[in-house]
Design a binder for this molecule. Structure first.
Ligand code: ZN
Length: 493
């Protein structure tokens, strides 16, 4: 192979003609039996013990946040490309429960761009081919073929995402029935009558399809959700705010709002992918798709001294801290003793950690962040953004902001505190003179410090814990549910 430096024109030509290459790495198949057990280091154990105490005080550190806006320079282009990475990841994430959460990033190499993908646990076997078909459309779509491409891509995406969409459809029907039951109890006004009629229509449409795997019926339903929900979402939101929920109907208006938003998300995602393809030249230069293998699940074992939340608290106090602050903290803790109740926290803690072990993984977006940083990969246009099918959890957000080497764009964040999180491991094969190991240790130390700060703030401020909000949107402003929703019990992330 020639090593001669190519001209820009040659590079451009090659970018246009490069066929998509097969990925070098194969998707990781999830092992049936976990996993090596690891006694974690003192720094990691301290981090986990603080996370456990923080999660006992509040499941979420904060309300959801949106990703950082692009700077002024070429901001539209950057926005479309970030949308593309988020939406493509969303279409690949076909399991409802977290195992297929997908991340995507774009690497710049001299002649073309490489699309990198990673999943929390594994990809569905068909996803790889699915992404190849999407990238084929990305490279060939024109303004004239736009609507045809959207239809073709949507059909493909619905086939791929059918398990998830069927789940949302069934939940939407259930919520529509409950909303109608609730509305019947009141004197109907004009808005209530319109809402009831729409709910009836949605229920009928959904029920007609119950048990069906027909793609064409699902497309009819999700397109209806897209076309009509902007009219009815405000009604649902109004009812959601005034409706406290009850034993019979739960929070049916919030549920209806959420599941309609999830159903229409496929339509929005496909439209955003096609729009970005037309407007962002860097996407047409994707010449290769690669998959970073998922991390193995691993049992983290905490030494006994990290299992007691009260001892975690006192260790935090023992670190350098202003005496005035200690007295404020102690006063706050004393006043809130009943709600804090360290004995009961200890029992809860034992349940959470299954005495002293819990399974950890490296989340998909961190796999790519670590890969790019460790190998000094260049991001396209130096936009250090990792797209993801879900907003980042609390720990991933802390990882991004703690990275000493790469200033990543802050992603949308749902801020849930998840214990099954771990930092990437040092890798002797990839690390140059131990620098990767040092970076990871530095991230863990910074995260430890930040989590301690947040823990102390939570203890000081008291107040109601932040309980529920939806996690499954990726921060799109069009996903109205993220603005005022609640969350349903959710496994995984
Ligand atoms: Zn995460």
């Amino acid at each position: 192979m020639s090593t001669a430096v190519k001209t820009d024109k040659q590079n451009e030509l090659q970018a246009q003609t490069t066929q998509l290459r097969r990925p070098h790495a194969q998707p990781t198949i999830l092992a049936v039996t976990p996993t090596p057990s690891t006694l974690v280091s003192n720094t990691q154990a301290e981090l986990y013990s603080r996370l456990i105490l923080l999660s006992l005080l509040s499941k979420y550190k904060d309300r959801p946040t949106e990703r950082d806006a692009a700077g002024e320079k070429q901001s539209e282009l950057i926005k479309y490309r970030r949308d593309f990475l988020d939406r493509l990841s969303y279409l690949c994430d076909i399991d409802k429960f977290g195992s297929t959460v997908t991340a995507a990033a774009l690497q710049k190499v001299p002649a073309f761009n490489i699309l990198w993908l990673a999943a929390n646990e594994s990809f569905h076997p068909g996803v790889e081919e699915f992404v190849h078909r999407i990238i084929h459309h990305v490279k060939s779509v024109t303004p004239e073929s736009r609507h045809d491409v959207e239809d073709t891509m949507l059909e493909d995406a619905v086939k791929m995402g059918m398990p998830r969409l069927r789940f949302y459809r069934d939940k939407m029907v259930d919520a529509a029935i409950k909303c109608r039951d609730d509305l019947k109890q009141y004197m109907p006004d004009d808005q209530a009558l319109k809402l009831r009629a729409w709910l009836r229509k949605m229920k009928k449409l959904g029920m007609k399809h119950l048990g069906s795997k027909k793609v064409v019926l699902m497309i009819e339903l999700i397109k209806r959700c897209e076309k009509e929900s902007d009219v009815y979402m405000p009604y649902l939101r109004e009812r959601d705010v005034s409706f406290p929920g009850n034993e019979t109907n739960g929070n049916c208006y919030a549920d209806m709002k959420h599941f309609v938003a999830r159903l229409r998300a496929h339509v929005y995602s496909v439209k955003d992918v096609v729009k970005a393809s037309l407007l962002t030249p860097s996407l047409r230069k994707i010449g290769e798709i690669k998959v970073e293998p998922s991390s193995e699940p691993r049992n983290a074992i905490l030494p006994d001294r990290y299992l007691n939340p009260y001892r975690t608290f006192t260790r935090c106090l023992a670190e350098e801290i202003a005496p005035m602050r200690i007295s404020v903290l102690l006063k706050s803790v004393t006043e809130r003793e009943a709600s804090l109740d360290f004995d009961s926290a200890s029992r809860k803690h034992s349940q959470i950690t299954n005495t002293n072990t819990f399974i950890t993984r490296v989340h998909a977006e961190i796999l790519l962040a670590d890969l790019f940083s460790r190998r000094n990969f260049d991001f396209v246009d130096d936009d250090k953004y990792i797209g993801c099918s879900k907003p980042a959890c609390y720990c991933c957000a802390r990882y991004f902001e703690s990275h000493p080497k790469t200033k990543f764009v802050r992603p949308a964040t749902h801020n849930k505190i998840l214990l099954g999180w771990r930092c990437p491991e040092p890798n002797q094969d990839l690390d140059i003179r131990g620098r990767g190991k040092k970076t990871i240790e530095q991230i863990e130390r910074t995260m430890n410090w930040t989590v301690r700060q947040h823990l102390m703030e939570k203890l000081e401020e008291g107040g109601e814990p932040i309980e529920f909000h939806w996690q499954s949107t990726n921060g799109s402003v069009r996903d109205l549910s993220i603005l005022s929703g609640r969350v349903i019990p959710f496994r995984g992330r």
